[in-house]
Design a protein around this ligand. Sequence first.
Ligand SMILES: [Ca+2]
Ligand SMILES: [Ca+2]
Length: 98
Amino acid sequence: MVTTQKLDNIPFEDISDDDDLYYLFSIHDANNDGFLDGHELREAFTDNIIGNKDEQPPLKLEEIIEMIDHVLLEDDMDNDGKISWEEYLLSQTYHQVS
Ligand SMILES: [Ca+2]
Ligand SMILES: [Ca+2]
C-alpha cells in the first residue's frame, strides 16, 4: 500500500499526534495514490466550504482556484503539482508553529 510505505518515513510519534491530519488527507485522496492533486484539493476546499456555509458566504470558483494555487505554491516542495502526505504534514506542522 502506498500510504503505508509513505508512513514509514514519518517518525512514529508524529503519526499518533497527526491522526486527524492523516484522516483528513486520506479522505480527500480520492484515488488513494498518496497525493492530493489539484482536483482533489478542489474537492477538499469545496467540502470545507460546505461545512462552514452558515458562517461564510460560498466562495467563487475563481477564489477556490486561487486558494489551490496558493497551497501548491507554498506547500508543493518538489513542484510536481501535487501535495504528498509528507508535504501536507510539513505544511500543517509549519502553520501550527507558534
Ligand atoms: Ca490522489
Ligand atoms: Ca509535491
